[in-house]
Every structure is written in C-alpha cells, then in structure tokens.
Design a protein around this ligand. Structure first.
Ligand code: MF3
Ligand code: CO
Length: 251
C-alpha cells in the first residue's frame, strides 16, 4: 500500500481501461466455462491460456506466494480459493477473481456465478451482493466521501439480511494491485477521503448468508465462513470521472 491515493492521468486511465477490459474478458470466458464436472484447476488452466491470448499476465500468480492464476471460491469459501482437483457440482455458487497485468497496470474484477441454484436464499445472496456493488458504484463521484461507498454496500447488506465480511476490503488500484485507500464494505457515510477525478478504485463486497465471521484454512489462503454457510463476492474496478464513475471492468 502507498501512503496516498494516486490520481491517474487520462493516458493512464486509458491503459487501465484496456487492462480492466482484458480482466473482464478473462472473467467472462471463465464464467461461461463453469459447468458441473469441471475442476477448478481446469478453469484456472483455461484462464492462463486466455490471458496469454489477450497479452496479459496474472497479477495473482506469485503475489505473496499465491500459487495460481486466479482465485476460485466455492460455496462457503469467501475468497482466495486455490484451484484444485475439486469438481464443480449442481447447486454450487462459484466466486471467480481475476487480476491481470497490462502495460504496467493492474486490472482486477470478480463475480459469483450460480450453477443451477434453486435455493431461494442462495439466489438472493448472490443477487443482493451484486446489487450492493452497483449501489456503491452509483454513489461514487467527485465530492463524495469514501465512506459513502462503504455505507452503500452495508445498506444493501442490512436490507437483505446478509452479513458483511470485515477482515477484507476493496482498494485503490494502478501500478500496484493494492494502493490506497482501503475500502471497507461497512461504515458511516460522510467520512473519509473526498473522491476526486482520476482515482481508480476496486470495490469488492464479500457478503455472507450466515455469520460475518470468517477463518483462514491451514493452506494460508482459503478464506471460509465460520458457519460454513455460503458467501458471495463481486468486484469492479472503477475510475472516478468528472461527473461520476466509469466501470473499467464492464462485463
Ligand atoms: N483479487 C484480490 C483483490 O482484489 C487479490 C487476490 S490475492 C492473490 O485484492 F494472492 F490471489 F493475489
Ligand atoms: Co481486488
């Protein structure tokens, strides 16, 4: 993390638009490939090939020793699921997180997909987690405060009776994957740094159907809900514009 929020030039934003577009394309292709019987390792291999075809590299591989191209987190796994021989099954929800390097900048995004989910509570978890992300993006504009984003996520979570993971947060993004500021998914509005044109932010709500508490498995990465109930995760990288926010990872 740097100590201050980096303002990007229009030229840098243009590169980040391309980085984000490519991260979104990899995520879209992976989501299309999700089906019962495929292993998360097969999905990660597909991500590697897709990244190569698009001229980008994984921003996760090797980061703090992370061993794969992407994070693939099933059901009670909130984030940082390591691809493995585990097969995806009917009724699963699958959270896929993709970060890429392109021309010295990172593009970062994530999404939870449902595999023929019928349980209405699980469907609502996924739909409302996405809604909380879009609500946060809707309040992001010059002059707003960082806390307005956090509060917008928390509001939707509360309305939907979902709990907010506290230990992991969104972040600024640019020449480093994680820049200032940290963006919690809860907290009061009207507080924190004032948003300015040229800031690039990754907003990433992680919402749980049960308790908010999480724990990390002995592999040092896999983050699961304390009660083993499912969790969803959505992330967009946005740029603050003159009048609002542009999604740099459209999909
Ligand atoms: N995508 C995560 C984020 O948004 C980072 C993944 S951690 C890694 O901050 F180790 F997998 F890279
Ligand atoms: Co991120």
């Amino acid at each position: 993390m740097r100590d201050e929020i980096v303002i990007k030039t229009p030229e840098e934003i243009e590169i980040m638009r391309q980085a984000g577009g490519k991260a979104a394309e990899v995520l879209r292709m992976m989501c299309q490939a999700v089906k019962p019987g495929i292993t998360t390792q097969e999905l990660d291999d597909f991500a590697r090939d897709t990244m190569a075809a698009l001229g980008v590299k994984s921003a996760f591989l090797g980061y703090m020793g992370y061993p794969a191209q992407t994070c693939i987190s099933i059901n009670e796994t909130v984030i940082h699921g390591i691809p493995s021989a585990r097969k995806i099954a009917e009724g699963d929800i699958v959270s896929i997180d993709v970060g890429v390097w392109y021309m010295g900048f990172v593009g970062d995004n994530a999404k939870t997909v449902m595999v023929n989910v019928t349980d209405p509570a699980v469907r609502a978890l996924v739909e409302n987690t996405e809604r909380s992300l879009m609500a946060a993006i809707a309040v992001a504009k010059p002059g707003a405060r960082l806390g307005d984003i956090s509060h917008a996520v928390e509001r939707v979570a509360n309305q939907s009776k979902l709990s907010v993971v506290r230990e992991f947060v969104g972040h600024g993004c640019g020449r480093q994957m994680h820049e200032e500021p940290q963006i919690p998914n809860y907290g009061p509005s009207g507080r924190g740094p004032i948003l300015k044109e040229g800031m690039v932010l990754c907003i990433e709500p992680m919402l749980n159907l049960g308790v908010h508490r999480i724990r990390t498995l002995d592999d040092g990465w896999t983050v699961v809900t304390a009660d083993k109930k499912p969790a969803a995760h959505f992330e967009h990288m946005i740029a603050i514009t003159a009048t609002g926010a542009e999604i740099l990872t459209p999909r």
